[in-house]
Write a protein that binds this ligand. Structure first.
Ligand SMILES: [Cu+2]
Length: 274
């Protein structure tokens, strides 16, 4: 709640700033009107290169797979920069250790509607401790610099990330729910991500595992037919289909295999259909 209030205050301030900006600017660039429905997470100037960087998300930040959208502006002219190489680095400083997280850099130096899409799996919550470093090398004026933002990450209900110790004793496994975000009765696209904790700073996507899904309604003791097990698509994303045959609370049980070895069969994600 505290976080949402803060964001609201920042949001209102930003809206008035944009409004004032548009009034002055008689010919607003329609390409910059690209953040409708997004939440401003952070905003700040790079240490060099004269850039204003804004981080947008679909919502407040939760401990889950989180798409982020980076906006870069020339801080002198307020022009949106759409040609830039961007690298992000999430870090969490805890009392006993500092660690990174699974993340995906923007795949292109060309912005999509003025924004550079990227993603972070915040594998644990933290109102303090998380930071996101954004390094920008822009190809319009040749500016280069970076900025680090503190982030507040809260726990979603239900749980959307499981960090498990594999049954076969390998690196810790981060399992994150991606979709469906608006589940409906019937066949839904189903997607999770799998990342391996190779070290505190290295959490690569796992590309060669096999995933089986078994949706069950615990209150009624039945599952559903015609599910399609997720298979690897790219960067640790696994895509399949899940069939929810009625409204209510479902558990999508996962069984994750490395070849014939079971890595984990404890993780599940709860999905409620209204
Ligand atoms: Cu942590």
């Amino acid at each position: 709640m505290k976080v949402s209030m803060k964001l609201l205050v920042v949001g209102v301030a930003l809206m008035s700033a944009i409004f004032t900006g548009c009034e002055k600017d008689k010919d607003p660039d329609p390409k910059t009107n690209n953040t409708d429905g997004l939440t401003l997470i952070a905003s700040g100037y790079t240490d060099a290169g004269s850039m204003l960087v804004k981080v947008w998300a679909k919502d407040s930040l939760y401990s889950q797979y989180t798409p982020l959208f980076i906006e870069v502006k020339d801080s002198a002219t307020n022009t949106v920069i759409e040609d830039a190489h961007i690298e992000i680095m999430p870090m969490m400083e805890m009392t006993t250790m500092t660690h990174s997280a699974p993340f995906e850099n923007p795949t292109s130096a060309t912005a999509v509607n003025g924004l550079f899409p990227c993603a972070v799996v915040f594998q644990m919550p933290g109102e303090m401790g998380w930071t996101l470093n954004v390094m920008v090398q822009e190809n319009v004026n040749g500016g280069m610099g970076d900025v680090t933002f503190p982030l507040a990450v809260i726990t979603p209900t239900p749980t959307r990330t499981r960090v498990v110790t594999p049954a076969n004793g390998g690196n810790k496994l981060v399992i994150s729910y991606v979709q469906p975000t608006s589940p409906k009765v019937g066949i839904n696209d189903f997607e999770i991500t799998l990342h391996s904790k190779e070290s505190m700073d290295s959490w690569p996507g796992i590309e060669n595992y096999t995933v089986e899904i078994d949706p069950q309604m615990p209150s009624m003791g039945h599952g559903s037919p015609n599910n399609v097990n997720p298979t690897h698509s790219a960067n640790g994303h696994y895509n399949g289909q899940v069939n929810f045959t009625m409204t209510g609370v479902w558990n999508v049980n996962l069984r994750i295999m490395d070849g014939t070895t079971v890595v984990d069969s404890t993780a599940y994600f709860e999905v409620t259909l209204q």
